[in-house]
Write a protein that binds this ligand. Structure first.
Ligand code: 9WN
Length: 430
């Protein structure tokens, strides 16, 4: 990861605004993604936000990860949302994930495991080496247990690729990649519900009702099975191999192995090495040479999913692409960038399903750009990485620190004063 010093002062306004957003969204040891819209601690948001805190306050950065991992379940899972304090502004909250009688402190599903990647980065850049060693040593067993959970709960057949059982777990909720798999989920008779997201954001920028009905159907299905890891894999009517989760998990394993060696946990080396070796090979089954991009797979039909999304570039972040695959991905990305003003759109802009303002069906997301640029640089595509980075900073500079952006007009959309967008700016610039 390449630090970019802001010697010229060009980005000082973005830096100041980003720091302010993290402070405003700080709820004491954890950061909410955005006021009103997302009032709890989200898993991969927090791990990325820690990278922003690092430039402001190292102790606070470690705290963010400690708080997230303190919500780890006994079986090793780290939940996708932690409900530290009640809030009426988000649905579905603890009363839905648990039951009205006994609300749960978290959701019962997970999100892409960014945390180990952040721990390595904080450890490497730490000024306070003693604190870094102490905290990384404490967090290591939790990270290892979480990764173990992924293989046990989500890859019981040992294929090297883990399953995602809910679109919310992918972090790319309404990606066109999930359309067909989600359509096959039979909608249960749901208790009436009111979406709170539509009170904060225009409905044209959010998932549709058909999608929400299925998101909730899956939540109730999992809740009725008491989120039992042994049951969910076979029970879920939605089961996919997500590129985002698998790329991040693989990269997180590489970073966890690096950490094991730094903190004297060589005993864990072999186990992590086995995961790495298996996944490295398995990723080839997700590469589509005709489309020159990686694709997700529907595990219930066995079919490769016919959708090219920005997650298709994340194998670069994972370092699993070979030289020829990386060249093909760079060429695909260049083609996409010719079709829009700002990259990287979350869906192929020539695809009929591309919607420039609707959430994960077109908009540009700073966190995805950050991962893609990291991957491009690792494979020597520095100029292309620079283009994507500058597009993102330009979007933020001209339109504000939004949740996501229209790749055609640049307009900011979704939530405003958004934590992970701010954090990515700090991680890039400082
Ligand atoms: C559901 C918080 C989260 C992100 C996800 C993003 C969105 C939630 C929602 O917001 O999801 O988890 O209600 O829309 O899709 O990636 O973690 O920023």
């Amino acid at each position: 990861l390449r630090p970019r010093a802001d010697a010229s002062g060009k980005y000082s306004a973005i830096i100041e605004a980003s720091k302010e957003i993290l402070k405003q969204n700080d709820r004491g040891g954890y950061t909410i993604p955005a006021k009103g819209l997302y009032p709890y601690q989200w898993n991969w948001d927090s791990a990325l936000v820690a990278l922003g805190w690092a430039s402001l306050d190292e102790t606070r950065a470690w705290e963010e990860l400690e708080k997230l991992l303190s919500a780890q379940w006994n079986d090793g899972m780290v939940p996708h949302i932690v409900f530290h304090q009640p809030s009426p502004t988000y649905f579905p909250g603890p009363e839905i994930w648990g039951s009205v009688e006994s609300p749960r402190g978290s959701t019962g599903i997970t999100q892409p495991p960014v945390a180990a990647i952040s721990v390595r980065r904080l450890f490497e850049s730490a000024h306070d080496k003693e604190l870094a060693l102490k905290t990384a040593t404490e967090l290591f067993p939790k990270l290892l247990a979480w990764h173990r959970w992924f293989y046990k709960a989500r890859d019981p057949e040992g294929t090297g690729l883990v399953a995602t059982l809910h679109p919310w777990e992918s972090g790319m909720d309404n990606s066109p990649a999930w359309d067909e798999a989600l359509e096959r989920v039979p909608v249960a008779k749901l208790p009436p519900y009111e979406r709170r997201d539509l009170g904060h954001v225009n409905s044209a920028m959010r998932p549709r009702k058909e999608e929400y009905d299925r998101y909730l159907t899956l939540v109730y299905l999992f809740r009725d099975a008491d989120y039992d890891l042994k049951k969910l894999y076979n029970l879920s009517t939605f089961r996919v191999t997500d590129l985002c989760t698998n790329s991040i998990l693989h990269r997180a394993n590489l970073d966890l192995q690096w950490l094991a060696r730094q903190i004297g946990r060589d005993d864990a080396d072999q186990e992590i090495a086995t995961w790495i070796a298996r996944t490295q090979v398995a990723f080839n089954s997700l590469y589509d040479p005709a489309a020159q991009i990686y694709k997700c797979r529907d595990q219930l039909t066995g079919q490769m999913i016919d959708a090219s999304t920005s997650a298709g570039f994340l194998p670069l972040f994972a370092r699993v692409a070979d030289t020829a695959q990386a060249a093909a991905l760079a060429a695909t990305l260049e083609r996409w960038l010719k079709k829009v003003r700002y990259g990287v759109p979350s869906c192929d802009p020539t695809d009929a399903r591309f919607e420039p303002l609707r959430y994960w069906r077109g908009p540009v997301w700073a966190i995805v750009n950050w991962m893609i640029t990291d991957g491009l640089r690792a494979y020597g595509y520095d100029a292309l990485a620079e283009t994507v980075e500058l597009h993102t900073l330009e979007l933020v500079e001209q339109h504000g620190i939004y949740e996501y952006f229209d790749p055609v007009t640049g307009a900011g959309a979704g939530g405003s004063y958004f934590s992970w967008t701010a954090a990515m700016c700090l991680a890039w610039i400082l």
